[in-house]
Design a protein around this ligand. Structure first.
Ligand SMILES: Nc1ncnc2c1ncn2[C@@H]1O[C@H](COP(=O)(O)OP(=O)(O)OP(=O)(O)O)[C@@H](O)[C@H]1O
Ligand SMILES: [Mg+2]
Length: 478
């Protein structure tokens, strides 16, 4: 729950807000003027400020600007009556989270408050890269596998630039976490970070949410609306699930990237904006291209800097570290001592295939912790709540095709793509094929050649070329 500061000169309103929000589980403090609000804002104890646009003395806009100077990442919601909407809109243009028009619709207001608090936490809670410092209170990207080291390097290389970054990876691999890490390690970390989830917002609203509109742009546009991109001016916009972005809007994003400007719906002129774009998707964009669902020009523009998150299955050695991390984190959150986890449970988790990746692991451990009745988290605790059981892991191991696919995915994501990718992967694969044929035939090259349908000289040439080493049994050589 959040700590909220209400700034309004009307004491009735302060009182009713206090009551309503306290009931909703928040901690509330109030101030009756801008002057009184500033020292409170400076204290750093709040997650959100809700302020009236009309204040005695220092007016709303000046108060807002002063708060912005003190705490640039603290979300502010502006309250306004019909007559003062222009000022409220001005404030959103300067980065206020949103405004609410009196009289308030309570459920809408509560949901807006929740969104604002979450957005603020997103900006301020730091994401560290592994290894976690001892005093870890924030979040971290855990993992020391070779593939994750590559991810950290890529974050390090691109964070401080203003380059557009495309983050790719299956669901639950940590794309959002990486987006936040990029933002926090960037030169724009004191400026806003706005998240737009392109699937969560209905297509009809997405365009106005992103770009805003002029008064009268369409029926129902009674006021000008500042779009999220303009609101984040100077900062970073995270376009999550960009692979699902409607085709028509993609053109506008392309234009933003090329011309650094946006055009509100119904506006005559484009307005310049300075935002850095970070995008993420779990979609196969190449397939979307060939189906005509994703614009090729936008695709090329986005993919210049790509960070690919490997599936959890390929992060060798990371599962034990993640287990430790999540159990520590969740037990702390639940206010119970860290129980640890048994070696057998870790072993079972290491053998599982994790189609839902890190999110699935985190959820399984969180649930197991709830069921844990003292002692380290055990196989039984996990099996009871998640359907991950030792027998299921055995079943997985019997799926050779999945193992091959996993190898291919690992190969593709850990090698530079490009012209020779296909050939070098095939070379590597044929080397493995030959090695295994040799092993199955006790090192007998004639028999291996026959098995593979190759002539013996061809096989010999390949063995030479790939410098294949194999075991020969004493009696097998011809
Ligand atoms: N390497 C990691 N270390 C610690 N926590 C992680 C790691 N990767 C992911 N997580 C956690 O797992 C959960 C899922 O991660 P996140 O939301 O970033 O995934 P995503 O790739 O955006 O997934 P989706 O495509 O489903 O949106 C989050 O709670 C996140 O904090
Ligand atoms: Mg995500």
């Amino acid at each position: 729950m959040a700590a909220i500061l209400i700034v309004d000169d009307d004491h009735h309103l302060r009182r009713s807000f206090d009551k309503l929000l306290t009931q909703d589980g928040h901690t509330v403090k109030t101030a009756s003027s801008g002057e009184a609000a500033l020292p409170l804002a400076r204290s750093g104890e709040f997650d959100l400020i809700i302020m009236d646009v009309r204040l005695p003395g220092m007016d709303g806009l000046r108060t807002f600007k002063a708060i912005r100077e003190i705490e640039p990442l603290l979300p502010v919601i502006i309250m306004t009556a019909f007559g003062t909407t222009e000022t409220a809109i001005e404030a959103t243009k300067m980065g206020a989270f949103d405004y609410m028009l009196k009289p308030f619709n309570i459920p809408e207001m509560l949901s807006l408050i929740e969104k604002a608090v979450e957005a603020g936490r997103f900006m301020r809670s730091r994401v560290e890269l592994d290894p976690v410092p001892e005093t870890d209170s924030g979040e971290a990207i855990i993992g020391r596998s070779r593939v994750m080291q590559e991810v950290y390097k890529a974050i390090g290389r691109s964070a401080s630039t203003d380059a557009t970054v495309l983050i790719r990876g299956e669901s639950g691999t940590g794309k959002e976490l990486v987006a936040r890490a990029l933002y926090q390690h960037s030169a724009r970390s004191r400026k806003p970070f706005l998240v737009i989830n392109c699937v969560a917002i209905p297509e009809t609203l997405l365009e106005s949410e992103l770009f805003g509109y002029e008064k009268g742009a369409f029926t129902g546009a009674v006021n000008r609306r500042v779009g999220r991109i303009e609101q984040a001016d100077g900062g970073t916009v995270f376009l999550d699930e960009i692979g699902d972005m409607p085709f028509g809007i993609q053109a506008k994003i392309l234009r933003l990237l090329q011309e650094r400007s946006i055009q509100r719906l119904g506006a005559r002129e484009p307005s310049p904006v300075d935002v850095r774009i970070i995008a993420a998707t779990n979609r196969n964009l190449e397939a979307a291209l060939s189906e005509g669902k994703f614009r090729e020009d936008l695709y090329y523009r986005l993919k210049v800097v790509t960070i690919s998150l490997p599936p959890l299955l390929e992060r060798e050695g990371d599962i034990p570290l993640l287990c430790e991390y999540f159990i520590r984190r969740y037990s702390k959150k639940m206010g119970v001592p860290d129980p640890g986890i048994t070696a057998e449970a870790v072993e079972m988790l290491c053998a599982y295939s994790w189609p839902g990746n890190v999110r699935e692991l985190a959820n399984a451990l969180q649930k197991a912790l709830i069921f844990n009745r003292g002692g380290p988290v055990s196989i039984e605790d996990i099996a009871r709540v998640s359907g991950i059981a030792p027998d299921r892991t055995a079943e997985k191991a019997d799926l050779p095709e999945e193992t091959i696919r996993a190898w291919i995915r690992g190969y593709l994501s850990s090698h530079e793509g490009g012209l020779s990718m296909f050939d070098s992967a095939m070379e590597q694969f044929s080397a493995m094929l030959i090695t295994e044929a040799l092993n199955l035939n006790g090192g007998n090259r004639s028999r291996a050649a026959k098995m593979l349908g190759l002539s013996r000289p061809t096989l010999m040439a390949k063995i030479e070329k790939h410098r294949i080493r194999f075991e020969t049994s004493a009696i097998s050589e011809e």
